[in-house]
Design a protein around this ligand. Sequence first.
Ligand code: SAH
Length: 399
Amino acid sequence: MIPHVFVKPHEDVRILHGHPWVYDNEISHTSKDFNPAAEETQGMDVAVFSAKNQLLGTGFYNPKSHIRVRLFTRKEEQCTKELIESRIAQALGWRSQYLPHDTQSYRLVFGESDNLPGLIVDVFQRAWISMQILSAGMERNKQTVIDALVAACKPQGIIERSDAPVRALEGLPMYSGVVYGSVPETITIEENGLQFAVSLYEGQKTGWFLDQKANRRLVASYAQGRTVLDVFCNAGGFALNCLKAGAASVVAVDSSDYAIAAVKENAQLNGLEKGLETICANAFDVLRSLPKESYEYIILDPPAFAKNRASVRQALRGYKEINLRAMRALKRGGLLASFSCSYWIKRDDFLYMLNGAAADAGVTVKVIHELRQDIDHPVRLGYDESFYLKGFLMEIQRE
Ligand code: SAH
């Protein structure tokens, strides 16, 4: 029997509208067979009911997390091997249906959006897998997940990168290591016809930012003949796509030595060193020191400035600062691709911030494209947290 958890009156509304989480303060009581504070409940399956005894679904329980239950189904059913296998098959189906067919590296599982709460799986060159576990329930089912991935993808190796700080909020220890087969120190991945050397051991997050791959292609498609500044370049995703697309020159900026070394290596790998300059420095300083109207294309892809609700105002000031500087540094007719990967910065607030930056910079801005995370990071309606990456590609107009 699956233990039952009951939410307080009205707390079912958000869940019935598709949200997959139950917070600690929303629970009124549990069935008698279940001690909600016991250590051993961490990661157990529990069925969730409304105050009127209506079934809301089954999820992973975690007494240590503010997110007390993460639903993986709207039925009353246990998280079995079969369920995990069918979720992974569904996730594969989505990617093969909607991603370009020659995509070699993609996100196969995007947590709650794929009904596998707290599981992130990235596939590289259809050969290696980097996975991240961010919920106690997935931690319990780890071996089943690994077996299911091996069966579905037949990878050469799987590395687990469960070293994200959010693990602490779930009461889970940090872990990182190869959990199946073998994974070379460096692998070469192919994206938009370019080669990138990626370390699944050292790279940030799971190793490579797959969420920007379609945007890199689109942004680069306007780069021909332009002088480009790629700020927060990491391993050079945007920079190299722009060079390949015929940019007149690209300056790539990142504060991490590791990232700048990767940009150089990747430029070499693709024979694109000519026209590339790298700067290892704080982006705020670089942007502040730019002469007026000195570039024809600027890309701003910063890390999440807001990590929680409390830091939103401060973060918006940071976003405004970099966008304002970039707008000043752009020539008439110049292009600005500006992103925010913070869930806490809502699309409309981001747009409002851009408008403020434009007013202060004394420019008129027209939007060419609105951008978001790639299709393999599905946005799920009712689960706002899944829509995190927003961007605008804009033209800067001067009188
Ligand atoms: N555009 C990249 C992803 C950027 S991730 C891509 O397409 O793959 C954000 C990057 O910002 C990281 O590489 C990080 O090292 C860098 N970064 C963070 N703070 C910074 C700062 N203050 N100045 C410059 N770079 C910074």
